[in-house]
Design a protein around this ligand. Structure first.
Ligand SMILES: [Zn+2]
Length: 299
């Protein structure tokens, strides 16, 4: 566990409740990046937060780890005097939904896809990191859940949450700030490094590629994209990410279909031409191949 936490560092990425309890958040600074007059990206430790402000209320997408809630709310208070009225979880992982209980207790309404509530409300295991988590207390659970999509009409625009099936998990939501032309991708998009795809929670590389394609189809050249992890981005960068995931997962699938073993697939160095750009994050090339091959070889 210590090793994993060291690897994750301050910037990323997945950690379940026991990990969060051990991690030292005292040095973490929560910083706000202004994207438009209404929309900010907050970074600290864990997933990037989307913040909508304006005449109605503060609305955040994801809330990082529980110990960071005071720093997150202090950063929001620097931007708007309005309270946090809604929290939308892009998925259930605790580096994105760990602040739910604090914010729920403070009166925010938590919103997510149906499967996020189901997973937060039951025992979960992330085999890939050997992490386990227990059901969350009532205040941490989404009180409003949706299936395909839902819209918020506040702060002068429509903010649409859209479910992307079986992508990073089985409960992912992408959030489109429609008037502002900003899209929050959650962990469907890791900007700059190989992603974690939680196949044990219903995620799949095909779903990640399909979700990127759906978003790229509605994005314009000016669209700003908030990734789950990594710096603020744009459609051209996300397209390169989509091509990388599609290429590597396609190669792994091809080898698995030929009956190759995991060792054979790793030896084939299917990530080689992408490692320079994407292989220096918390998921190393070999682990990325294991992640993609695992579900195929278990079938
Ligand atoms: Zn995640």
């Amino acid at each position: 566990m210590k090793k994993l936490l060291a690897a994750l560092g301050a910037a990323c990425a997945i950690a379940a409740a026991p990990a969060a309890a051990q991690q030292d958040f005292s040095k973490v600074e929560v910083k706000a990046t202004k994207i438009t007059n209404n929309i900010y990206m907050l970074t600290g430790a864990g997933g990037n937060i989307g913040l909508s402000v304006g005449e109605d209320a503060a609305f955040i997408v994801d809330d990082q780890f529980a110990p960071l809630t005071p720093k997150i709310t202090a950063a929001i208070a620097q931007i708007t005097p309005k309270p946090v009225k809604f929290v939308l979880n892009t998925h259930w992982h605790s580096d994105h939904a760990g602040g739910n209980e604090n914010l729920g207790k403070a009166g925010a309404l938590i919103v997510a896809h149906h499967n996020v509530r189901k997973r937060l409300n039951s025992d979960q295991v992330i085999d890939f990191f050997n992490l386990k988590s227990k059901p969350e207390p009532k205040d941490a659970l989404p009180v409003i859940t949706f299936s395909a999509d839902m819209s918020f009409h506040m702060n002068g625009e429509e903010i649409r949450a859209i479910h992307m099936p079986n992508a990073h998990t089985d409960g992912d939501a992408v959030v489109h700030y429609m008037g502002s032309d900003v899209i929050h991708m959650g962990d469907i998009y890791f900007n700059g490094f190989y992603p974690f795809i939680d196949t044990g929670s219903g995620g799949s590389a095909d779903g990640v590629v399909a979700a990127c394609d759906r978003v790229l189809a509605v994005a314009t050249d000016k669209t700003r994209i908030i990734p789950g992890h990594g710096p603020l981005s744009n459609p051209a960068e996300m397209k390169a990410y989509r091509e990388m995931v599609a290429a590597i997962s396609g190669r792994v699938k091809g080898l698995a279909a030929q009956g190759k073993t995991l060792d054979d697939i790793k030896a084939a160095k299917v990530t080689a031409d992408f490692d320079e750009k994407w292989g220096k994050g918390f998921i190393k090339p070999e682990r990325f191949v294991e992640m993609l091959a695992g579900p195929l070889l278990r079938k």
